[in-house]
Ligand binder design. Structure first.
Ligand code: SF4
Length: 471
């Protein structure tokens, strides 16, 4: 049996006599790499899958007019931020994107030809930097999507934006195309942190972008922040938050930096600046949480904070919050179609011998390979997984834990005896409360919710100490 580090060896106060956050005291025991559970099984467990399996899964979807979600991955950026973990293409100018837009248009045509008519509930543009595209390119992309799929007045359009390069007319174009929520990638405003991660962000610039979005009629504003970066201190993080709070954004998404230099070699450029250890990361997150909760924001799931009037707060209250490859979402689409290089589809199989299962299908991540497949009129699928109904049920339980910090289990934990046993230390440390048919994650346990969810994961357990398992 592996010996666990003793929590009692941690001091409850730091060397300056300031009380430490409860999360900081427990990280030695629980902070291990774990999936973010945007799917179950998580991406590292998937294997090679080709276009034929993808086409078969599309043919097995419901013939009902059930809502559909669309995700379009636009991988282009003008330059690479050193901390970046995304699939990006560094492009010298915008014309580089033209061929990929052609390929996305072809993919939309090939995919939609296999579907029954269904309304699009949501469209999310991610990247990369969607505002790398010029106005005419965005219009062409939307025209292609509207030509292939059934958009309605209720279709919700969300777009990720980089405030450093956002042009005023781009926000106007996006608003005219139906964008109602934007997500600005801020990460941190401290100049020393910005210099260490290759992304210097100006607070006044972010404020201007938020105001421009609201003037254009885009009411939902999310800011993406990151903790665990070199040179971040509790005080620098508080300063960043105080500046951003002046504009009262609707949501903050606060992600932990994942250092995986074997997969993303440019991340090595952060190392000379020193990366905070697990306890320091927990302390930084605690500062974020304390500051935002004091400012009236509600914690949602693992890493979101929202104003009480936000859709996401309502989704928590009505237990309609979901978790997809875009993170937490209020959109309840039966199937999610991913278009573009590296994009992932989640397809609920309604017919055929795999009915009741879910197929995950991921496109080739390399832009050139993706375009080559589509130029030949075929889907660009490279990896995936077809989850059996038993996996789907387990995935729902894990999604409940990740979204609602609680889940129902069969009475007496029947069939989950191993999981019950694995959760005993979490219970003893006050991270979960366990009843005869229910599990609840406590407020202290929220920081460790991925580890709680992992106890129900049949696929990942042997992989959790591999860095890619953190994806
Ligand atoms: S802008 Fe975003 S996607 Fe592009 S390199 Fe920077 S972090 Fe990565």
């Amino acid at each position: 049996m592996t010996e666990r580090p003793e929590v009692a060896s941690c001091s409850a106060v730091d060397p300056d006599g300031v009380p430490r956050a409860p999360e900081t005291l427990l990280v030695q025991r629980y902070d291990r790499p774990a999936p973010r559970y945007t799917s179950y099984p998580p991406v590292p467990c998937w294997g090679p899958v080709g276009p034929h399996a993808h086409a078969e899964a599309l043919d097995g979807l419901t013939r009902e007019p059930a809502p559909l979600g669309l995700y379009v991955h636009l991988p282009f950026c003008g330059e690479r931020c050193w901390y970046c973990g995304c699939n990006v293409v560094i492009a010298p100018d915008r014309t580089v994107a033209d061929d990929t837009i052609d390929a996305i248009e072809e993919e939309a045509r090939v995919v939609s030809a296999r579907l029954a008519p269904r309304p699009v509930a949501s469209l999310h543009l991610g990247g990369g930097t969607p505002n790398f595209l010029a106005g005419p390119q965005l219009r062409r992309l939307f025209a292609a999507l509207r030509g292939a799929f059934e958009f309605t007045a209720q279709t919700r359009v969300d777009v990720e934006l980089d405030p450093r390069t956002l042009e005023p007319e781009t926000i106007e174009v996006l608003a005219s195309l139906g964008a109602r929520r934007v997500s600005f990638g801020v990460q941190d405003l401290d100049p020393a942190v910005g210099a260490a991660i290759g992304r210097v962000m100006d607070g006044e610039r972010v404020s201007e972008c938020i105001r421009a979005a609201r003037r254009a009629g885009i009411q939902g504003v999310n800011l993406d922040l990151m903790y665990g970066l070199p040179r971040q201190t509790p005080e620098s993080v508080r300063r960043t938050l105080r500046t951003l709070l002046r504009e009262r954004p609707d949501r903050f998404a606060v992600y932990g930096y994942a250092h995986v230099p074997d997969m993303r070699p440019q991340q090595r450029r952060l190392e000379p600046h020193g990366l905070p250890g697990a306890a320091a990361r927990a302390e930084l997150f605690h500062v974020v949480k304390e500051t935002l909760v004091d400012a009236g924001y509600l914690p949602v799931g693992l890493d979101h904070f929202v104003v009480p009037s936000d859709d996401m707060a309502r989704a928590v209250a009505t237990r309609t919050l979901h978790r997809t490859f875009q993170g937490y979402t209020t959109h309840a689409a039966t199937d999610l179609l991913g278009l573009g290089p590296s994009a992932i589809s989640r397809l609920t199989l309604a017919s055929g011998d795999r009915a009741g299962g879910v197929a995950y299908m991921q496109n080739a991540p390399a832009d050139k390979v993706y375009r080559r497949h589509l130029a030949g009129g075929r889907l660009a699928t490279e990896r995936g997984f077809v989850a059996a109904p038993s996996d789907v049920a387990r995935g729902c339980l894990i999604e409940d834990i990740m979204c609602h910090m609680a889940a129902r289990v069969p009475e007496g934990w029947s069939g989950f005896e191993g999981e019950r046993e694995a959760l005993r230390p979490f219970e003893e440390d006050g991270l979960v409360m366990i009843e005869a048919d229910r599990l609840e994650v406590t407020e202290t346990g929220r920081f460790f919710v991925r580890q709680v969810a992992r106890t129900f994961d049949r696929h990942t357990r042997p992989l959790v100490d591999r860095p890619e398992a953190a994806a």
